[in-house]
Design a protein around this ligand. Structure first.
Ligand SMILES: NC(=O)c1ccc[n+]([C@@H]2O[C@H](COP(=O)([O-])OP(=O)(O)OC[C@H]3O[C@@H](n4cnc5c(N)ncnc54)[C@H](O)[C@@H]3O)[C@@H](O)[C@H]2O)c1
Length: 325
């Protein structure tokens, strides 16, 4: 069993703690929280887990840490933990910018510790199913990916909607395409309330592949859809539906004309298939992949390499948003 300390027990940390307790791979040794009310909540819900205020106090008693604080505090905690030789599970985004992310990655390499960022959507069984379809050629070449991750709040003060929401989608795209480094990127956002963009529209292009990501905290309805158009088939992943994945045997065929060099486009509308994909908890999968990496001393799928690619996209987009002020 991996002895782990969790730092931060807010909105998301609450979920992480539950999964750490559920998993047979971890022993949650300590929970660290600076907010006294949240400490009390943690003591009530998890009476067997000691709750402390300062992570440095007990760092030497654990093998790994799970950092679930706000992004602005997670960098220093991760640096302290890795300096002490601990494997690190860190909530997304890895850091506030590429320079800080690169410092974390450098230290992880120097200390030979596992650095795993919780890009949890890549541990979703539907995403894994789509990845297999892309890798075995069933979709054909991916032409476009169109994603909506929109809902009503919570409005964050420390980061904007893109950093909060699109980070998942960029990681998924990176995973599905075996690494995604666009040549073109543009973004627009609007600040309805506060100092951060509450809605962002991010567009990217790599070769002939187009990507569009819509992130919003100001939508009356919650939407979680990913549409992927391939040259052979197309898929729609609706994370809120009962049948989450629909595979459309539809597309555009290019038909050779009668005269040499002439051609026409014909729409092809075929069957729609809904595969049964058993439910798996993505957060638990993410934590257990981290555990597996610790045991086998192998790099995480959402480890340094993916994190840096994702962070570069986020920073590029952030710089464009800043220039629009
Ligand atoms: N993977 C996901 O799907 C997902 C979903 C939501 C949030 N998140 C991420 O989780 C992180 C936390 O988000 P949240 O919404 O839970 O924030 P939050 O503000 O609700 O909770 C953060 C907690 O960390 C505590 N904290 C801060 N510094 C600390 C320290 N030095 N020691 C101990 N505790 C400390 C705060 O008191 C707070 O309770 C963010 O990075 C966010 O992006 C991830």
């Amino acid at each position: 069993m991996i002895r782990i300390m969790q730092i931060g027990y807010g909105y998301w940390g609450n979920n992480v703690a539950k999964k750490l307790i559920l998993s047979s791979k971890f022993e949650l040794e300590y929970l660290v929280e600076t907010d006294l009310k949240k400490c009390e909540m943690a003591r009530t819900t998890m009476p067997n887990v000691p709750v402390i205020n300062d992570y440095l106090e007990k760092l030497d008693e654990v093998d790994a840490v799970a950092i679930c604080t706000q992004t602005e505090y997670s960098f220093q905690i991760a640096m302290d933990a890795m300096t002490a030789g601990k494997d690190v599970f860190i909530e997304k985004p890895l850091a506030k910018n590429v320079a800080l992310a690169e410092q974390l990655v450098k230290l992880a390499k120097e200390k030979n510790v596992i650095l795993h960022c919780d890009h949890l959507m890549i541990y979703n069984p539907v995403v894994r199913y789509i990845k297999k379809m892309i890798d075995n050629g069933e979709l054909g070449d991916v032409i476009y990916i169109d994603i909506s991750r929109i809902n009503l709040g919570p409005i964050r003060k420390d980061i904007n909607a893109m950093l909060d929401l699109a980070v998942h989608d960029i990681a998924v795209i990176d995973y599905l395409l075996g690494g995604f480094e666009p040549e073109y990127l543009d973004i627009v956002g609007t600040k309805f309330c506060g100092k951060q963009e509450n809605i962002t529209y991010l567009t990217m292009k790599s070769g002939e592949k187009l990507v569009n990501i819509n992130s919003s905290w100001i939508s009356p309805v919650k939407v979680r859809t990913t549409t992927i158009g391939g040259t052979k088939k197309m898929v729609v992943f609706d994370d809120l539906a009962i049948n989450k994945l629909k595979i459309y045997d539809s597309g555009i065929d290019v038909i050779q004309g009668e005269i040499y060099g002439d051609y026409e486009f014909k729409t092809r509308v075929g069957d729609v298939f809904m595969p049964h994909i058993s439910f798996e908890d993505s957060l638990l999968n993410s934590l257990e992949h981290f555990a597996d990496c610790i045991v086998k001393r192998k790099e995480s799928m959402s480890g340094p390499e993916q994190c840096i690619r994702v962070m570069k996209i986020l920073e590029w987009a952030q710089n464009i948003l800043k220039s629009q002020k």
